[in-house]
Design a protein around this ligand. Sequence first.
Ligand code: UDX
Length: 423
Amino acid sequence: MRVSIVGGGYVGLVTGACFSELGHQVTIVEIDPEKIRAINAGSPPIYEEGLEGILKKNAGQNLNAEAGYTSVAEADIVFICVGTPPKPDGSVDLSYIESASSSIGKALQNSEGYCVVVVKSTVPPDTTGTIVRHAVLHASGRTEREIGFAMNPEFLREGRAVADFMKPDRIVIGSSDPRAGHQVERVYDALHAPVIHTKTSAAEMIKYASNAFLATKVSFSNEMGNICKMMGIDVYEVMKGVGLDHRIGPLFLNAGTGFGGSCFPKDVSALVSLAEARGLKPELLQAVLAVNEAQPSRMIEILEKRAGPLDGKQVAVLGLAFKDNTDDIRDSRAIPVIQKLLKIGARISAYDPLAIPQMKKVFPEISYHSTAADALRGADACIVMTEWPEFSRLDREFDLMAHRIIIEGRKILTCKGVEGICW
Ligand code: UDX
């Protein structure tokens, strides 16, 4: 099929590359000339396991990137993969969705065949059926007999996005009518996964509800961890026993310093603001966010209990990325922890295998080191914020500290004398 992807960011690039690998003719519509150049040269502008191989194989063949919308006029299916950033009040900024929809509509003005416009970006329920539909139909001057609409959420984890795309747990297709839904299903023909067809608004909500549920599992585990720690019980033993119940499942039960990243905090906040705008008080979701906000403060409390007042002391922060295997620091729990430490007057020596360049933009004033040992040298205390596998091998490096006080926010260290946030 001829597939156009509007937006060559994280989701658009992985989606486009994977569709080209499945044999479709894919064009990525992107405004950033640097990204266009990189994609066409077969070198991914982001790191994602398996992506480079796919790009090298397909770029210039059945995968191309360009600035204009000309490919849209010929497409069987157009995916909208632009950003939906949060506004300061937690609601969703849909301006990129609106402008992409209008541009797609203009491009479809003179085309002839049937085309389906699919929203892949995470958007509030009804966005596809109202804003996107109106903008495309208005700008194109065409009818719903000629253009179908669908919402097909992505469930890609950073670091595992290619594998998640190729082996999905399910494919959710919300569509305006069966013809549109069938056209979207065809583009996934080569994959073996259960397909569920819904209304567009239900598909939009499935994405929010999935992320909110996973975030709830994490906050639940953190709350259990906080209670278990007070009672001298190992929360990891507890959640192992809990997760073996097939109704619960073993994943996303790791207690620690909380969830970060580009999706969970943003999507749960968006769901809260959607509910509040309708006069509801989403108490469970608010609690999920509140537990997550409180965990970084717990790290500092435990640190102060062990190291005394932190004013003027050197604290080594190991791990800056929101999780391991990425340089992404969006909503990383290391950010509020560093903010609090700076406010107290601590000096920070930080290390992360990948995320230092990103974190330098947020905190240019702290000192960064190229190894964990360098960050630990002379430190009065250390906190571990990311579950990087290489941290599991640290031991003698901690002897370089002035005082061997180690608090971990992710259960990753294997050496002796470590205190965990929840264990
Ligand atoms: C997530 C969803 O998993 C994905 O389906 C969606 O499309 C985008 O958001 P991602 O942001 O890549 O993916 O991260 P994920 O691996 O899900 O982890 C999110 C956060 O939760 C991380 O900060 C992680 O450290 C934390 N987490 C995860 C825990 O604290 N405990 C757990 O048990 C699992």
